[in-house]
Write a protein that binds this ligand. Structure first.
Ligand code: NAD
Length: 469
């Protein structure tokens, strides 16, 4: 790891980045607030490290497997720091650390396939795959480690080098991850930079960056695409979602309630593909509201380090303000809180798990993304109307259909306008699947072999056939 202390880097801004514990409001630690001018040196080193890294696929596989082992060996420190700066329960931080290692191991074992085209011309055409160069990876604060690995694991496996910028709200566990990986990867193959804006903006428009891969909000995604246009770098954007869960009239409410609740409230609702709206047939609507409200009222909310905690705080003050604002607006629009509806007293960014009913469909908690522990449950009479409502927002990340007749549920799921649909589940992803939102939810394809190819370019060689035909 380069030495990033303020006194060692010329041009460094004097201030450091204080990182707050969302459960207490206290400072966990500080991270360097790097000056954007430092990026020239960082990207320059990533360029110089590239030829060595791209030249030996077998060495990359070995190094990435060692990286996965190193992450697992550091799980205690990573998970604890992640909970302290992000807020999630410690068990979830361990799970996120394990998923980070799993991504490294998965992509370590993937390689692009060289293909030959023989189509009657007197040449063989061979399609080979080449890495792009230094990749800028920028992520937000909900799954800092897992999302970072979803970007750097395929990029590194493809033979690129990476400059990774975590969110200023959660730079600590990522910086520790960077140090852990620096022990097993060649120097400057992966560099973590931390700081406030315009660090990210300068990184995406840096002329030395060949691919920008970003996870965050739609407005920032648009700014990233504009920034990357300066150097015409490739752009992959994984953006917001407003996933609908459509319950059918044969849904078994008691059997599905736990799964549906956690699909909406896991990680305090701060999940791109959380269930953010529920559509229930009018006949069972009140039972669905009751079942979800019962769970919202009884779930253990508290600091992530407390062993009994199942739901932690909202990660940061602006996000808490946003959750409070859309909830208040829904209540002012005529909604009723069947559970929660307000912040919790005391230190930290806690918001009571909230289930809303009687919500007008035009209220922002329905039409926009709340990204917090608040769930509107809307009744419907006609299934076509429910599908239309599910498809009516600008987002298209995921969606789910819940019912007992699986064929019927699948036929409805097939009508959802999104990248991934589930039956009787939500947000379960395979490492081997493509991950791509439509509409405002994203550009490009991540995940599985598609994620690897997203970090490669085709290089085609035409060569005369030996037989001359
Ligand atoms: P954000 O968009 O404000 O910030 C994300 C990152 O971008 C941070 O690291 C930030 O510092 C950086 N950034 C800010 N301005 C920038 C600029 N001009 N150029 C480059 N980088 C810049 O994050 P947010 O609004 O808190 O994110 C929440 C959103 O993320 C939600 O919409 C959520 O659904 C989405 N999300 C999507 C996925 C997915 O895979 N599709 C996963 C998780 C979250």
């Amino acid at each position: 790891m380069p030495d990033l202390r303020a006194d060692t880097v010329p041009g460094r801004r004097a201030g450091a980045l204080a990182v707050l514990d969302p459960a207490t409001g206290e400072t966990v630690d500080e991270a360097p607030d790097q000056h954007p001018d430092e990026l020239d040196a960082v990207v320059g080193r990533a360029h110089r490290a590239w030829p060595g890294w791209r030249s030996d696929a077998a060495a990359r596989t070995t190094a990435l497997r060692a990286a996965a082992d190193a992450v697992e060996a550091a799980a205690d420190d990573l998970a604890r720091l992640l909970t302290r700066e992000q807020g999630k329960p410690l068990a979830e931080s361990y799970a996120e650390t394990a998923r980070t290692a799993a991504r490294l191991r998965y992509f370590a074992g993937l390689a692009p396939r060289t293909r030959r085209i023989t189509d009657g011309r007197p040449v063989h055409s061979e399609i080979r795959w080449r890495p792009l160069g230094p990749v800028a990876a920028i992520v937000l604060w909900n799954f800092p480690l897992q999302l970072a690995a979803a970007k750097f694991a395929p990029a590194l496996a493809a033979g690129n080098t990476v400059v990774l910028k975590p969110s200023p709200f959660t730079p600590l566990a990522t910086s520790l991850l960077g140090s852990v990986l620096a022990g097993v990867l060649p120097e400057d193959v992966l560099t973590v930079v931390t700081g406030r804006e315009p660090l990210g903006a300068r990184l995406v428009s840096h002329p030395g960056i060949r691919h920008v891969t970003f996870t965050g909000s739609v407005p920032t995604g648009r700014a990233v695409a504009e920034g990357a246009a300066a150097s015409l770098a490739r752009v992959t954007l994984e953006l917001g979602g407003n996933d609908a869960a459509v319950l059918l009239d044969d849904a078994d409410v008691d059997a599905l309630a736990d799964r549906l609740f956690w699909a909406a409230f896991r990680n305090c609702g701060q999940v791109c593909m959380a269930v953010k709206r529920v559509y229930a047939p009018a006949r069972i609507h009140s039972r669905v509201v009751e079942a979800l409200a019962e769970r919202a009222k009884s779930v253990a909310v508290g600091p992530g380090l407390d062993p009994g905690t199942l739901l932690g705080p909202v990660n940061n003050a602006p996000q808490l303000a946003r959750v409070e604002q859309v909830t208040r607006r829904a209540l002012a629009d005529g909604a009723r809180a069947a559970a929660g509806g307000h912040r919790l007293e005391g230190p930290g960014h806690f918001f009571a798990p909230t289930v809303l009913t009687d919500v007008p469909p035009h209220s922002p908690v329905v039409t926009e993304e709340q990204f917090g522990p608040v769930l509107p449950v809307l009744p419907y009479r006609d299934l076509d109307e429910a599908v239309e409502a599910a498809n009516s927002t600008g987002y298209g990340l995921g969606g789910s259909v819940w019912g007992t007749d699986l064929d019927r549920a699948e036929a409805v799921a097939d009508r959802l306008e999104c990248g991934t649909a589930w039956i009787n589940h939500h947000a379960e992803l395979s490492l081997a699947q493509p991950f791509a939102g439509i509409k405002d939810s994203g550009v490009g394809v991540a995940g599985g072999p598609w994620g690897l190819y997203g970090n490669l370019r085709p290089f085609v060689v035409h060569r005369p056939r030996e037989d001359g035909r």
